[in-house]
Design a protein around this ligand. Structure first.
Ligand code: AMP
Ligand code: GLY
Length: 434
């Protein structure tokens, strides 16, 4: 099979690394990729929003399957573009069409979907500039903190959590009436705050059958102890000990099955990943958000635990034989620690030379890297994800941190406390995690 992976982050390096191990693979291309993906396939300088150019490349290179990493091309309709084109009829796309991707592309759509299908989520209402006064009243009826979500994609910045009612009202007005996040905030979901522990659950589905992937937890804040600004993700671990069988049974019956059945009932075709951003409130799962793709850096811990052939699973989706595919999961723990540029998630410099010594205890996934001549240099905020296997989280983290000592670039920053909140207390019995 000739495969084209779309994207250029750590998630896409992990996807490409896994696909490159498949016995079904002939040629692997990554568009545009990074310095790491160049080691497992051929990088192609395509604009991921220019579907015509992607089509031309796919036809020229006889690509059989396109695997879409990030949400933007999915929300923009890359799957529908391929499915509607006779010349591309034989090309499989892993990633939902525009309608399915709206689960991520519109918070209001996702909330209405959950309500319709009885999937547990925070109580909410949606407002525009035309019913702003109603929005103020709804905010007044909630207890702080107040959660405001721009309806559309806002590069991870569209969610505000505020303690003060007056500030929440001011922000709501700025979002809907003054376009604080542009068109994305012309509609705003206001919802009840849920207090609990978050986790990321993933499935691969053809819209009927689904397969569960390993569960992960990511660390979004820049600072230790989960302090400071939000980032794309500073590290991740898998499995998550509190997501034991009892909890995951609830997730499966209350969230996963109703979601897949809901898609079918609503006539929303879906071939790809669903990422459930969940929160456990006193052991009860609630959906915070849906994403139509894998998470980053979660992919860097879940795919290394997948023992099965990923292309075989993708092929199962394309050919309607997913139910016959096995998903074998490595029982070891994986952890990843993200190395980021100094200053990130605010302004940072690019082009810093990266030196990597002999790393033999970890897999180093590249995120924001590129080649400058023969040198690998930084090319983004999140630069590399250092993934390790261990008999438990502490063991895996020790290896990731040992490996990091062998990596250097000017301004390099990383969190030294990944997994800090999941460390087992000696008095607790070790739970069996999924
Ligand atoms: P989202 O983009 O919807 O995932 O929201 C971004 C982050 O805001 C989530 O990962 C949570 O940490 C937080 N968040 C979103 N909605 C809620 C909520 N209803 N209650 C508590 N925290 C929330
Ligand atoms: N790590 C969270 C995300 O990919 O959205």
């Amino acid at each position: 099979m000739n495969v084209l992976v779309i994207g250029s982050g750590g998630r896409e390096h992990a996807l490409s690394w896994k696909i490159a191990q498949s016995s079904l693979l002939n040629q692997l291309y990554i568009a545009p990729g990074n310095a790491g993906t160049a080691a497992v396939g051929e990088n192609v300088p395509l604009n991921i929003h220019d579907f015509e150019s992607i089509k031309k490349f796919v036809l020229e290179k006889k690509v059989d399957m396109v695997v879409v990493g990030p949400e933007a091309p999915l929300v923009a309709g890359i799957s529908d573009f391929f499915n509607a084109d006779k010349e591309l009829a034989a090309v499989a796309v892993i990633g939902p069409g525009k309608l399915g991707a709206t689960l991520e592309g519109s918070k209001d759509f996702a909330k209405a979907f959950m309500q319709r299908h009885n999937i547990p989520t925070a109580a909410y209402k949606t407002f525009t500039k035309d019913n702003l006064n109603e929005g103020y009243r709804f905010l007044g009826s909630l207890k702080p903190p107040y959660v405001l979500k721009a309806d559309g994609l806002a590069a991870g910045k569209g969610v505000l959590i505020l303690d003060d009612l007056a500030e929440a009202k001011r922000e709501l007005k700025e979002m809907v009436a003054d376009a604080k996040f542009g068109e994305a905030s012309s509609q705003v979901v206001v919802e009840e705050f849920l207090a609990g522990t978050e986790l990321s659950v993933f499935i691969l589905t053809d819209g009927k059958v689904y397969k569960k992937l390993p569960v992960a937890k990511d660390y979004k804040r820049i600072g230790e102890g989960d302090a400071g600004l939000n980032t794309g993700g500073m590290g991740a671990v898998s499995p998550v000990l509190f997501a034991d069988k009892k909890f995951m049974d609830k997730v499966e019956h209350r969230v996963i099955i109703p979601t897949v059945k809901g898609l079918e009932k609503d006539n929303i075709p879906y071939k790809g990943f669903i990422f459930f951003g969940l929160i456990s409130v006193k052991g009860e799962p609630y959906v915070i958000e849906y994403n139509c793709r894998l998470g980053d850096p979660e992919t860097e811990v879940i795919l290394p635990r997948l023992k099965s052939d990923l292309l075989d699973l993708f092929d199962g989706i394309a050919s309607g034989t997913l139910s016959e595919c096995d998903v074998d999961i490595d029982s070891r723990t994986t952890t990843t620690v993200m190395l980021v540029s100094g200053g990130y998630p605010e302004a940072y410099e690019k082009g810093k030379a990266i030196r990597v010594g002999t790393v033999d205890e970890s897999v180093v996934f590249h995120a924001g890297t590129t080649k400058k001549g023969n040198r690998v240099v930084t090319n983004g905020g999140r630069v590399m994800a250092v993934t390790s296997y261990g008999k438990d989280m502490e063991d895996a983290l020790k290896k990731s941190y040992n490996s990091i000592e062998k990596i250097h670039f000017e301004g390099m920053n990383f969190r030294k406390d990944i997994g800090f909140d999941l460390v087992k207390t000696p008095s607790k019995p070790k739970a069996k995690a999924e």
